[in-house]
Design a protein around this ligand. Sequence first.
Ligand code: B12
Ligand code: SF4
Length: 440
Amino acid sequence: MRILFIQPAVGHKPGGATYPKTWIMEPLALAVLSALTPRRVERLFMDDRLGEVDYAADADVVAMPVECYTAARSYEIAARFRAKGARIVLGGFHVKLNEAEAAANADAVILGDAETTWPQVVNDLEAGRLASRYVGCGGVFCPMPDRSLYAGRDYGRLNLVETSRGCSFNCEFCSVTKFFGRRYTPRPLDEVMTEVRSLEKDIVFFVDDNLAMDVERLKDLCRRMIPMHMHWVGQLSIHSAKDDELLALMERSGCAGVLIGFESLDAATLSDMGKRVNSSNSDYAAAIENLRRHHLSIYATFVFGYDHDTAETFERTFEFAMESRFFFAAFNHLVPFPGTDVHARFVREGRMLHDRWWLDPNVRFGDVVFRPKNFTPEGLAETCRRYRLRFYSTRSVFRRAMDVRANTHGLLKAAIFFASNFTQEREVMRRHGLPFGGDP
Ligand code: B12
Ligand code: SF4
């Protein structure tokens, strides 16, 4: 049996435009699937983001991870291979949260993790008795993802590693708690470190939804990372920035920077978002100062389009982002992902502009798909785009570079700061208007 693993893109702009480079990282879910596949099965791998889908390939089975933004493209690829007789197996966030839709485009859907489902799927495929749905029960991590899958492809300097899954907060716009339930599953740190020791690259992206869900465990991870002399980045919530022992350990263990969802400066908006962890840790300035003291760069993300947001909210947030000298900042508009509470609310309130916007050929990446209160949808989308470009303008990059402690501390960090910030303007334009689906 021959299985073809495909990492789908969001879509492709016509005319051979380059896919957003910062979105192209190792597809970890596929390395997990590959590791769980018995060696007797032949494995092929293509990454659509690198323009690699070859519809002439001979495969018995095509397996793809599906996110909301990649759903249209995944279904398009599935249909082409299905027409040739291949069996289609789909898994990932979007599949669990939109089972009926995914099932209509597949022979089997996997709801949840691969670790407790995929070995059975492969057995059933070989025996010719594939079921239409498999439900993962969670709690298990693949001990060693098969990174040989990535051979011959340049995925840049980061290795992606999981140390836990899920988050017990429940923000209104987030898919994570809908996928995992409000369940946080830590992975044994011995297993994490065995994987880290096996890596060929020296920068690790810990992809956990919230690395600081268990602060004592994160300290333990840091202690184990110190002798590795590697660099790492990760995402965590703001409450962790109060813990000086943690920040000192993060610095010593090679943490270069963290992504923090600040989301909003407005208490009423944080309350609407259900972002309680931020509401109860509202001294952002103190948190930022603590992180900078430990030379930790900050990638701050903000969400705009909630009912209290106005044009003034953007200006105030921009000024805050500049004063805080963030390494990166994301000016995102609210996206009602299907399955989330905000999507259900907007449907109830009659504010969605499209039914299944993620499959609508008239919608592009960057479009606002609901009716905001104080903006037109186009106005909100355009304002986000304007502020992204302003944040990555040359003037802004030099102003933010002046934060020597966090952004340009040491030659290597300074080089990374300038190189990555100066390419962001182009990245913003590459993402903007990207269609959902379409061959390169
Ligand atoms: C790392 C990451 C990224 C990286 C990309 C990494 C890469 N490979 O290129 C970066 C930072 C570039 C990124 C970008 C974006 N991301 Co992102 N990302 C993640 C994150 C944090 C981890 C993903 C990961 O590697 N997990 C580890 C693997 C092992 O887990 P997994 O993918 O869930 O797979 C397991 C199961 O789901 C299942 N499974 C998955 N696929 C399949 C397929 C089959 C056949 C089977 C059997 C099983 C199976 O088995 C796996 C092992 O158990 C997730 C959050 C999360 N918890 O997953 C968000 C997440 C996937 N991203 C999200 C979003 C929105 C984006 C962006 C749109 C953000 C933006 N505005 O720019 C872009 C889109 C990029 C794109 N699609 O091209 C959302 C998707 C929401 C949704 N409903 O679809 C998530 C869920 C975050 C969130 N809080 O909502 N992202
Ligand atoms: S803290 Fe982050 S990962 Fe957790 S629910 Fe909120 S947005 Fe999602």
